[in-house]
Every structure is written in C-alpha cells, then in structure tokens.
Design a protein around this ligand. Sequence first.
Ligand code: ADP
Length: 633
Amino acid sequence: MPKMPKEKKEKKERLPLRTAAAYTLRGYAIWWKADPQLLISKAVSKVVTALLPYLPLYFTARLVNAIAWGLPPAQVWPSLWALLISTAAAGILRAAAACWSETLNGHLWGDWNQIFFEKLLTMDFCDVDNPKTQDLFIKIQQNSNWASWGLLRILNGFENLIGALFGILGAVALSVSLFTLPVPSGSALAWLNHPLCLLGMLGLMLLSVYAASALANKGSSFWAATDGAMGNRLFFFTNCIAICEHQRGTDIRIYAQDRYLADMSRKALKSTDSFGPRSGIGRAARGPMGLCMASSGAVSQAFTGVIYLFAGLKALGGAFGIGSVTQYVGALAGLAQGLSGLLEALGELRTNGEFLKPVYEFLDTPNRMYQGSLTTEKRSDRRYEIEFRDVSFKYPGTDTWALRNVSLRFRAGERLAVVGENGSGKTTFIKLLCRLYDPDEGEILLNGIDIRKYRYDEYLALFSVVFQDFQLLSQGLGQNVAAAEEYDRARAEDCLMRAGFGERLSALPKGLDTCLYREFEEDGVEISGGEAQKIALARVLYQDAPFIVLDEPTAALDPEAEAEIYTRFNDIIENKTAVYISHRLSSCRFCDEIAVFDHGRVVQQGSHDALVCAEGKYRSLWEAQAQYYTHQE
Ligand code: ADP
C-alpha cells in the first residue's frame, strides 16, 4: 500500500490581516460578479436578524415596568400591543429575509463550480495537464468540502460581519440609558453613579470581549494548522472508484481488487489522520482547541453575570424599573456578543485567507497561449505550410526530452505519416503542432511565421483532430458530430455516413437526436470503442478544417471497418493536409511522406518505397511487422 503523506505539522506563519482582508474583498467581488443578489440577500437577512430581537426586548421592558409600577390598564395595553405586533412583524420579516437568502443559497454550489469550471475551460491546456495545477485544484475542492474553506467561507464571514456590526448598533441604542440614568442621590446605592463604576463596566466589557474572541480565534486557527485535504482526497478517490468511474469498475471486479481497495482506503484514511477522534483536528478538539472554545464561552457568560449584577443593583437603587433590567442585560450581552463576533469574524478572515491563497493561485494562472494577435490567412486554396524548426520539448515537471531537435516540413494537400514505436514522441509532436503545448526550444512556423504570433483561436481552427484518447460527450449524436448545440443536420448525417456510421445511424430510432451514454438520459445509448471512433472521424469531417490529424484513427475499429476507412481515406480527406499517426506501417503506405520517430527524434524521412529500401528504423519496423502478418496468413 502506498505510504500516504502525513498532515503537515510545522508551525505556519499567520497571514497578515491586511492581506487576508484584500483576499476577502476580492472574494466579495467574485461573488458579486457571479450573483449580486447573493450578497444583498445575505446582508438584508443579517441586518434584519441582528436588529429585530431588540424590538421585543424594548417593549417587554416597557410592559414589565408598567406592570411593576402598577400603572392603570389603559397605560399597560399599548405596551402589550406594541410587544405583540413587534414580535409578529419581526418574525415575519426575519422569515421573509431568510427565505430570500436561502433560496439563493441553493445556487451556491452551482455558482462555485461555474467560477472554477470557466477558468479550467479557458486555461492553457499545458496548465490543465500540469500535475501541479491538478493538485492545486483538488486541494481547493477538498478544502471546500472540508468545512467550506475558501470562497464559500467568505460568505459565512460576510454574514457574521454584517450581523456583528448591526448587532452592536442596536445594542448601543438600547444600553446607553443604563449608564446615563442615575440612582437617586438619597439611595444607599448612589455610589453606582460614580464615573469609575461606568468605566469599570466598560473596561470589563472590553476585556471580556477581547478575551472571548481571542480564545475563539485561537480555537478556530487549529483548522488552518491541520490539513484535512489528504483525507478528503482519499475519501473521494475511493468513492469515485466505486461509483463514478465505471471504466475502472470493470477492472476492479475482474481482478477482485474490491477487498484490496477497501482495505487500502481504510488504512490510508487512518494514516492520513484527517478524520475521527484520533485525527489531528479530533485531538485538537479534545485538547487545546476545545479548551479555547469552552473558555471563550465561559468568559462571555461570566460577563453576562456581571451585567445582571450591575443592572439589578441600579434597579434596586431606583434608577429604572425592574423591567428595564432584562432590556439592559439583553442589550449589553448583545453588545458583547456583537463585539466578539466582530473580532471572531476578523480572526476567521485571517484563517480563511490561508485557504484563499490556493484559490487565487489557481484563478490567476496566466493565459500565455492567447498572446498572439496575427490573424491566420483564410486561404481558399488552402496553401498552408508547416515547419518544425529544431523543436525540443519536455512535459512540465519532467526531466526527459519527449521531443529533441525535431525539424520537419509539410505542405498543404500532403499526407504525412508519423510512425515509430510507443513512446517515441508521435502524439507529443501532434500536441505541439496543435499548440496544446509550446516548444521549449526551436519554433514551429505556419507559412514562415512563428505560430505563437497568430491568434490562438484562429490557429486552433485550422485543425481537426482525433486523438488516441478522444472523448465524446454525453449529448446528442448530432451535437457530438458538430461539436455545437445547433447544427446542420444534413451535413452531420453525411459526415457520419462517410465515416462508416451510416448503418448504425439508421438503426437508431432517434437518429441524430440519440443521446450518447446514459449519464443524463435513461434511453441514451452505450456505444462501442469502434463506433465512438467513427463518430470522432465524422466530427473531423464536419469541422472541415484545412488540417486533419488522426492519431491511431483505426485502433479500435474492426478489420472490416479499418479496411473500409483506408480505401476511402483519400475521399475523406479530399484536398486537406493529413497528418496520420500509426504504428501499423502497412496503413501508412498511401502517405506522400513518412517521418520515423525514435526516442523523440526524427530519425528518417521519405516515401514508403524509399524508406523500405534504405537501412534504418523504418525497415526494421517494417520487417518485424511484415513477418508477423506473413505468419498470420
Ligand atoms: P507516442 O505517441 O509515440 O506513443 P508520446 O508522444 O505519447 O509517444 O510520448 C512521448 C514521451 O513523453 C513518452 O516517454 C511519454 O511517457 C511522455 N509523455 C507523454 N505524455 C506525457 C505527459 N502528459 N506528461 C509527462 N510525460 C508524458
């Protein structure tokens, strides 16, 4: 079983508040762009929730005072009505605001996905394919799944901040008179009027607020110090293997890997120490984290006791009625809660800042591919010429050259075959040709100009490609062929026929509208590898780009279909330039030019007849394969 990395235990520097605030503001801007109503509804809901409880508190105090002072019923009724109406109105308003905000919350995950989905789709392919980017994205997902850390947590912080600010405002309004109303001078408790008492109370309040929030922040900082990402990663890996990835599922069953995988996942989850009572966060919760949180609550409660004492004594001394005690205790407790809520929100902002760092690193991945501005010539004669000039390339994160000093030239209308053993660099050559990656050394020219100078989208539009590991989407057949939602049905049908899919198409009751695969539609059809390859070929034909690139286009076809495609290959390709990869040399004989790749280099180039007569790689490959076919016959 692979050894799983343990959670990082080293002490991390805390993010400066200013940086965390800048990250958070940027997060607000991102959410605002995604859905402005989301922030507005959360703000309204929080303002309402923070302020409304003070209304019943105020009227309850008036009512109790009126009763305690023995006022006539005519003077008690208005307070009672005000209490009833304000309580009912507060409840209705709060429910309406929560309903609005919760409804929009339903879109939250969708919006979150969209933010990352759009970035992934527009990112340079070399970055999407880079293990570093994939790792970063998985980390973001896992932080989010862990406790909504990152962009989602910002919204929580936003609500807490608004709630705390308005809670403080309401509390100040209701508690000022606790300090301004004096105990009558004749009372034994008149010393409570002394400014030192007032200062003492304020000092105690600030102290308790500070202590409670510092303890709570210390407690919540344990989240950032322990990393649950690896646990989540394993959790999702094992879940996905069982459910989402049915292709892997067949292997798992055939090789009876189920027990081994279940065991591996159990041990791995244990070793990552991410969940459960013995995990890092579990131990922290039982130990210092729990202690901090509990102490924070205890400090707040102790301060509430002090307010009771102070307000009770002032009421006893005759500064105000007994009913006002509940008002002051409620308001001051609210004030302390608001202040510590504010400090906690600021603390959480710093903790969450750590989780926003990878989010922005991901979202800020630059698009280098899109820097070119030249438009490609729309040549009706399709006179294009491509030249690889001394091109070398390594995949990101690797030390070996996948291509080394490749120089090659081919013109419009030619058929170029790229042959070589597995791993010799054929697909890499195609990926560079289609600008999925840029060379590390040398250049690729289109009609004499470096392809990096052309507009990326226009350059890409010159190519139709069937990659070895192409994927069709779970959409309509016609939409897959056209790679678009709206398309020309007659043309799509024609392309499918030319790609050899005609018979199967006529057997499909829904024809072009048949949904491929069953991810979205129950009556979707599962297609074989060979059928998928034909559809991918039809997609190439539909695009009608000047360059057609086929990477092992017939590997999954049955012999009859393969023979059919070869006989019609010239018709299919018409006047286009075709780059054709295969390690079955017999299928390349029709090409004008054959480039032989070996260990990332072009070791031979020429026509089949010339190459087969010369000493070299091509001949040895040819003889090895010819021998095989002779034995078969
Ligand atoms: P071929 O198409 O001839 O079978 P490739 O072009 O796919 O060969 O691969 C050439 C070399 O580059 C191989 O050594 C392969 O392992 C390596 N390689 C291919 N794709 C990647 C990738 N995405 N990341 C790292 N190395 C890769």
